[in-house]
Design a protein around this ligand. Structure first.
Ligand SMILES: *Cc1c(COP(=O)(O)O)cnc(C)c1O
Length: 360
């Protein structure tokens, strides 16, 4: 695919953050963006890299009314030798197209997704920060642009990629989170769109997250929408429990987002000989095991934090501390291994890392 490149002029360049340790997630964006358009009958066209800029939308653009919009989230990591590395990007492309299918949106050839991201990263390579723990966050997005108010799949879409440097998630070591179990509000229901990375899921999660925050909790633990008994996810992360010497995580039954980090943790743990069970787990079992001490660790997984240890749960106004609130051995080990692979410091035994060719 031909990508037209229109580099930013001197005056269009954006100020680079001076102190990489003070970066706030998702607030600073790089000089360029990739963008292309879709029209039914014509397919994807006009692939281009342009200076980061506003989009112009018709007020009737269908995404604004009926929410046909999906996105991805991944990172580019700077290795100590200067190389730029991506972690399992093909998993993001696969999930992106799965989300597209579920939302009746057009798919994009994974080779095109990869080629356009690499072209963008080559141009903005200097935006990939260098200090340990920092990275360049990548946000591929697609939404319906067709101006029409009938409820049906749109015939026009835009796909774009923006990027921006983000700070180290744990500048001073792990920061275990306290989570609030929501038994009133739910995130997604089986058969719905919970397994798609689609915009409305995040709007749907805000109300319960605000309630949790007011009560002093960082994240919401979501239960299944039907019985409000089975654990699903924590905030925008997948969740794992170490019960004695088994790692337990809820199975992907349709309402849970299939995380790349989740899959990597399962793969790595099994490789280490740890028994991993993907099985339904009730909140009652979690609370019971936290109380009798057999719940040794609990952590969320996602691209942003990699591993996010959970120190406390609040369920039906009862507070339960997990393993004295300390960070578990497996949480630390999984974090160190995954981060080590992502930054090209540990051997990439599963072929998860892809170097961005910078000299094309
Ligand atoms: C993106 C996301 C995750 C984590 O996925 P990763 O691929 O590991 O980053 C988990 N849950 C939700 C709801 C998400 O949106």
């Amino acid at each position: 695919m031909e990508i037209k490149v229109m580099p930013a002029g001197e005056s269009e360049r954006r100020p680079k953050p001076k102190d990489e340790s003070k970066l706030v997630f998702g607030t600073v964006f790089s000089d360029h963006m990739f963008i292309m358009n879709y029209d039914e009958g014509r397919g994807w066209h006009d692939a281009r890299i342009v200076p980061y800029q506003n989009l112009s939308l018709d007020p009737a653009a269908m995404v604004l009314h009926y929410g046909q919009g999906i996105f991805e989230g991944l990172k580019a990591y700077r290795a100590s030798d200067g190389r730029i590395l991506l972690f399992r990007p093909e998993k993001n492309w696969e999930r992106f197209n799965k989300s597209a299918r579920r939302m009746c949106m057009p798919e994009i050839d994974p080779a095109v997704l990869m080629q356009s991201l690499e072209a963008l990263l080559r141009l903005d390579a200097d935006w990939v920060p260098r200090s340990r723990g920092t990275s360049l966050y990548i946000r591929p997005t697609m939404f319906a642009t067709e101006p029409a108010l009938g409820v049906r799949p749109a015939k026009q879409y835009v796909y774009y990629v923006i990027t921006g440097p983000v700070g180290p998630y744990y500048p001073e070591g792990f920061n275990p989170v306290k989570i609030y179990v929501s038994d009133e509000y739910v995130r997604a229901v089986r058969g719905g769109v919970g397994e798609a990375k689609t915009m409305g899921n995040y709007a749907a999660s805000l109300y319960a997250a605000e309630i949790a925050k007011k009560k002093g909790y960082t994240q919401v633990l979501w239960l299944d929408a039907v019985e409000r008994r089975y654990v699903e996810e924590v905030g925008t992360m997948n969740i794992f429990f170490r019960i004695e010497d088994t790692l337990v995580t809820p199975p992907l039954t349709g309402s849970i987002l299939p995380g790349v980090t989740r899959e990597s943790v399962i793969h790595l743990a099994r490789h280490w000989g740890i028994k991993v069970e993907e099985r339904p787990i009730t909140i009652d079992e979690v609370i019971e095991r936290a109380k009798d001490g057999s719940l040794k660790e609990c952590f969320g997984t996602g691209t942003a934090a990699v591993i996010s240890p959970v120190s406390e749960l609040c369920y039906k106004e009862e507070r339960v501390t997990i393993a004295d609130g300390s960070v578990g051995e497996w949480s630390r080990k999984l974090y160190d291994e995954l981060v080590g692979i992502q930054y090209g410091e540990k051997e990439d035994i599963f072929g998860w890392v892809r170097e961005v060719p910078l000299d094309k």
